[in-house]
Design a protein around this ligand. Structure first.
Ligand SMILES: [Zn+2]
Length: 275
């Protein structure tokens, strides 16, 4: 699996450490889901407060199966945000379009930032207060492509150098440096968005954008580095990455998990244009 389609790589990251070649122990996500499923199966009273996204998803899966239409996912309002990752300011990063993942020349983007009120407090598009998810949840921990796939990208690039025949056993300690580039161990995303929406403290669209935009900006260099190492990008003929490369963030629900993908503006335009 030296070359895997992006979805395949993304799915890897959903099930424990992204680059685990041996079968990994259950991830924190899987353990939490197991606890909720056990509580559900034992008919224990469920908590009256909002659940985390992961716990809500585990409940939904227990009730409706993996692909239940009613399973929690990212809301339509949240999917209407067009999101650029070039500057820290929330005022310039977002617009609201018909569908944030589609580039439709007929679209008339609405501003997300609506200026300031009399007290100088920023005003936002009405979708800012919308629930980020189809069922209200207390917190969301999204998967982040490419950060969560960075170590897998490193493996795909360098393993041919130190282990051309793929003969290393799982028991051998992993090679830490190749071609002078350190294995990006533990560089995946670790971020939880806490809800502030009333009532109950659900995660709003604005909660998600505020927390995630600041986090992604703080890791912009890592994101560019990981994208630079992504062989799939090269195979698709994408442009080289530089520190001033314009980036677009795309939220989506992948196998039930809230996920965000970062692409260059050029890639995004190339693959998301409505034809
Ligand atoms: Zn190498």
């Amino acid at each position: 699996m030296r070359f895997t389609i992006r979805l395949g790589i993304s799915l890897l990251s959903l099930f424990g450490s992204s680059a685990s070649i041996s079968s990994p122990p259950p991830s924190k996500r899987q353990q939490q889901q197991q606890v909720v499923i056990m509580a559900y199966n034992n008919n224990n009273p469920l908590p009256s407060t909002l659940l985390s996204y992961d716990a809500q998803l585990a409940l939904d899966v227990a009730q409706n199966g993996d692909f239940g239409h009613d399973n929690v996912q990212i809301s339509d309002d949240a999917l209407r945000i067009h999101w650029t990752l070039d500057a820290p300011s929330l005022e310039t990063a977002f617009t609201v379009v018909d569908h944030g993942n589609l580039l439709d020349p007929r679209d008339m983007p609405e501003p997300y930032f609506l200026g300031s009120d009399d007290q100088g407090k920023p005003k936002w598009h009405r979708y800012a207060a919308s629930p980020f998810t189809t069922k209200p949840v207390a917190s969301v921990r999204p998967a982040v492509d490419p950060l969560d796939n960075w170590e897998a990208f490193w493996e795909a690039t360098h393993r041919v150098h130190y282990d051309p025949d793929w003969e290393r056993s799982k028991e051998e300690p992993p090679v830490q440096i190749c071609c002078g580039v350190a294995r990006p161990t533990g560089k995946g995303s670790e971020v939880v968005v806490q809800g502030t929406g009333a009532p109950g403290g659900f995660v709003t669209v604005h909660d998600f954008l505020t927390t995630m935009h600041a986090y992604l900006m703080s890791r912009r260099e890592d994101i560019l580095e990981a994208m630079h190492m992504d062989l799939l990008r090269k195979r698709l003929g994408s442009e080289d990455i530089g520190s001033d490369t314009k980036l677009i963030v795309t939220p989506m629900t992948l196998m039930g998990v809230p996920s965000i993908t970062v692409s260059t503006e050029k890639e995004w335009t190339r693959f998301n244009r409505v034809r």
